[in-house]
Design a protein around this ligand. Structure first.
Ligand code: AMP
Ligand code: ZN
Length: 468
């Protein structure tokens, strides 16, 4: 398997640290709102990477954090007049629902920053002891960037260029830094903000330290793959390397993978341009499987443009696969017998397409080409597997298509979607049951609807419903 490593800017052969095992850390979202479709891209891409490693027989330990202490969360908590944990917990739950809708499997561990403060303080103390960090008078602790000689190896930035230009490096903090390039590890609290006691001041961590600590705690000093969106390369991932490698004295991650950005109608997605969609909004128009299929229709390192036309094309493409699997399911019921000599040729052709799929995925997870191979396999099945085909062939082709789709996280069973009229009918039945004081039946109907993703709201104007 070859993986493009952002450090070497080359595809490299994948060699695990430990045979048969892969340790992956993916930077997760900051939870102050519903996740947007840009955030969905790394979730879907790296979930697919995880699934493909499992398909190849690896045991995967997959860690992805929730950043639950951050300026944006605090801002929202002030606006709503609630504790910042109310905001973060709410959006963690909502994020998990969106992940489930996109068939993104829960990580092995989903650590939260606020639960790891002790570990962060330990690492910061260690960095101070080793001379890689220093506290200043107001209690801020900075990382001494120039002391870490390989700084810039991931982002390919040169320290002197950074010093003279790049506003982005002049991150928050007071002016008593030793050097402009130094970044914050710990900072003093401001009025009304959540804070923790520490040896330096009552305060909270800088953003970068959390990932170094969580990766180490849940995966160890060294990991195989560290991933996230390309905007994280600098400064976030560069700073993670500086922290982890100075502290552990070892190479942090063997491979750094970064997905390119998702744009909308060829423009950067932004609230001010009005071209900003949450996953939840998309789920009102499309099954989220369509969003997933769309995301995988391009290579993860290529920019991807979101548009209504492309989503329609993905919907049709997905439908073609699901219809073919459904037809094979129907054939399965009546088919009999073992593979015939003639059918062997069909099987051989199909095996060639499976090999093509694997070659695409082995080549830095080229899901676009892998999907083309699935389409070819579907076409072969539609033309060569028919009434009178042996059960062995039908079973085998169906299982293979399902298996390849499963690696992409595509569920091949057609979902039973309730029509609005059917929902209304069930609601009427439930109202009648309540009138009859048959509350058990009323509850049963509510639960049945809930299972199909329909939530009932009892309002003064009567019963309303919405999709969960
Ligand atoms: P954030 O909550 O901003 O830290 O982002 C969580 C993840 O989503 C990170 O890996 C980002 O790189 C990624 N991300 C944010 N916006 C986009 C986008 N438009 N396209 C692709 N990935 C994105
Ligand atoms: Zn991170």
């Amino acid at each position: 398997m070859k993986i493009y490593n952002s450090v070497s800017k080359m595809k490299e052969e994948f060699v695990p640290l430990e045979p048969g095992k892969v340790k992956i850390y993916v930077c997760g979202p900051t939870v102050y709102n519903f996740i947007h479709i840009g955030n969905a891209r790394p979730m879907i891409v790296f979930d697919t990477v995880r699934r493909y490693f499992e398909y190849k027989g690896y045991q995967v330990n997959y860690v992805s954090n929730f950043t639950d202490v951050d300026d944006k969360i605090i801002k929202k908590s002030v606006e709503e007049g609630v504790d910042s944990s109310v905001i973060s917990e709410r959006y963690i739950e909502e994020c998990k629902k969106d992940m489930a809708g996109m068939n993104v499997r829960p990580a092995t561990t989903h650590p939260k920053a606020t639960q790891e403060i002790g570990g962060m303080q330990e690492m910061i103390s260690g960095l101070i002891e080793k001379g890689f960090a220093y506290p200043v008078e107001d209690g801020t602790v900075y990382y001494r960037t120039r002391k870490f000689k390989p700084y810039g190896k991931l982002s390919h930035k040169n320290l002197d260029d950074l010093q003279s230009g790049h506003r982005e490096i002049k991150v928050a903090g007071t002016s008593d830094k030793e050097d402009e390039l130094d970044f914050v590890l710990w900072k003093p609290k401001k009025e009304g903000e959540p804070y923790w006691e520490s040896p330096w001041c009552q305060g909270r961590p800088g953003w970068h330290i959390e990932c170094s600590v969580m990766a180490r705690r849940y995966l160890g000093d060294q990991i195989d793959i560290h991933a996230g969106g390309e905007d994280l390369i600098f400064p976030h991932h560069e700073n993670e390397i500086a922290q982890s490698e100075a502290y552990n004295g070892k190479e942090f991650a063997r491979y750094w993978m970064h997905n390119a950005f998702l744009n909308i109608d060829n423009k950067k997605m932004s609230k001010s341009l009005g071209n900003f969609f949450t996953v939840r909004e998309i789920s009102e128009k499309y099954d989220l499987q369509v969003l997933r299929f769309f995301m995988l229709s391009a290579h993860y390192r290529s920019p991807l443009n979101f548009s209504a036309e492309l989503m329609e094309a993905s919907k049709n493409g997905l439908e073609r696969i699901l219809t073919a699997v459904e037809r094979l399911g129907d054939l399965q019921k009546k088919a009999e017998g073992e593979l015939t000599a003639e059918e062997q040729a069909v099987k051989t052709a199909a095996e060639g397409l499976i090999a093509k799929y694997e070659a695409a995925m082995d080549d830095d997870f080229n899901t676009a080409d892998a999907i083309s191979a699935v389409f070819e396999l579907v076409k072969l099945a539609n033309t060569e597997v028919k009434d009178g085909s042996s059960k062995e062939l039908v079973d085998w082709v169906k299982a293979e298509i399902e298996n390849l789709c499963d690696v992409l996280g595509i569920i091949t069973e057609k979902k039973e979607e309730l029509l609005d009229s059917e929902i209304e009918e069930m609601i009427a039945k439930r109202q009648q049951a309540r009138k009859d004081k048959n509350f058990a039946l009323a509850d049963q109907i509510r639960n049945e609807l809930l299972e199909k993703g329909i939530v009932l709201l009892d309002t003064r104007e009567g019963v309303k419903w919405k999709k969960a």
